[in-house]
Design a protein around this ligand. Structure first.
Ligand SMILES: Cc1cc2nc3c(=O)[nH]c(=O)nc-3n(C[C@H](O)[C@H](O)[C@H](O)COP(=O)(O)OP(=O)(O)OC[C@H]3O[C@@H](n4cnc5c(N)ncnc54)[C@H](O)[C@@H]3O)c2cc1C
Length: 292
């Protein structure tokens, strides 16, 4: 199918993007990697009056560590995260998730910010961002807001982003302590969207206890889910099989999957439990092997 007609503009400056968004509001759509928006246009699920391509705006790409945060430009491609091997030991979960997103063609085009703003409940970055406690920097012509990942995903393809805002950066706190994490994804075949996926990130204190824990669930609800009860069950504990099993049980209980061709709700909930259990073992082993 062909998309409905729309105007296309590719501004060279962020201010111009913001001014166009403030002028057109809901009639405008930002274009980043186009890997979700272009199919939506072709299927006519979206029919914007104007498409604003942010591909020529400087300063929206790259990964850097600064002031206790890893800062990822919103237009950074999935492939760039996959290649950011210096994140190993700090944010393992990002490095494990990136190569599981679709195939190399999509990863070379699709962007982290685009995926987060698209808010597909089966999108991988949502669960990862909930696990690592990310914040999203968004700009409009009225100024800047910093939105926690918690609460950002409001429902399928629905977020706290306003129509006149563009996401510019993802900020992930990296504090003291030894950290480890991982991302596990069940897919029907290589390159598929998740049937179920889980993101886990833990930090160990000097005494070996878990000082913070983040668990995100993908494709088992109307939006990416943060398994808060499971996280709370881990904090302050000395890692053990029993502690991990109980946290995994709570994470499975937090899943709200629907039965579909990928499996029954019971099956998906149990996969979430098993993946969180395996993921926590890996994350804790990695953190125990890390240097503070
Ligand atoms: C065949 C196929 C398989 C895929 N498999 C997976 C998978 O396994 N896992 C997965 O997570 N994803 C998958 N995807 C989706 C892919 O990761 C997309 O790249 C991603 O969802 C959207 O990123 P994008 O940069 O392409 O955004 P676009 O398609 O350009 O935009 C998507 C939406 O986000 C908005 N947007 C984009 N950037 C911004 C911004 N900076 N500020 C405000 N709004 C913005 C757009 O207006 C649009 O509404 C797949 C896509 C395809 C086509």
């Amino acid at each position: 199918m062909f998309p409905a007609a729309f105007d296309y503009i590719a501004p060279g400056a962020l201010d111009e993007v913001l001014s166009l968004l403030s002028q057109h509001g809901d009639d405008a759509k930002v274009l980043a990697g186009g890997q979700s928006l272009i199919p939506l246009l072709k299927l006519r699920f979206a029919s914007p009056v104007i498409v604003i391509d942010i591909g020529r705006v400087d300063g929206l790409e790259g990964i850097r560590q600064e002031n206790g945060h890893v800062r990822i430009g919103a237009r950074t491609r999935h492939r760039d995260v996959e290649s950011a091997t210096d994140l190993r030991g700090t944010l393992d979960v990002l490095l494990d998730a990136a190569p599981l997103i679709s195939d190399p063609l999509i990863r070379n085009m699709g962007t982290v910010g685009g995926s987060i703003c698209h808010a597909d409940p089966a999108g991988d970055w949502g669960a990862v961002m909930l696990a690592v406690g990310a914040e999203f920097v968004v700009r409009s012509s009225g100024g800047e807001r910093v939105l926690p990942a918690v609460g950002f995903f409001e429902g399928p393809f629905t977020t706290g982003l306003h129509a006149d805002e563009v996401m510019t950066e993802i900020r992930i706190p990296v504090g003291a302590g030894r950290s480890g994490g991982t991302y596990l994804k069940l897919e029907r075949k290589v390159g598929d969207f998740a049937s179920v996926a889980t993101a886990v990130h833990v930090v160990l204190g000097g005494d070996g206890r878990i000082s913070s824990a983040g668990i995100g669930l993908c494709a088992v609800g109307a939006q990416s889910i943060k398994a808060t009860a499971a996280e709370a069950a881990l904090v302050g504990q000395t890692p053990s099989d029993a502690v991990i099993a109980e946290a995994a049980r709570l994470a499975g209980a937090a899943a709200e999957p629907k039965a579909d061709i990928r499996g029954s709700a019971e099956y998906k909930r149990d996969v979430a439990r098993v993946f969180v259990q395996r993921g926590l073992h890996t994350a804790i082993n990695r953190a125990q092997g890390a240097t503070a």
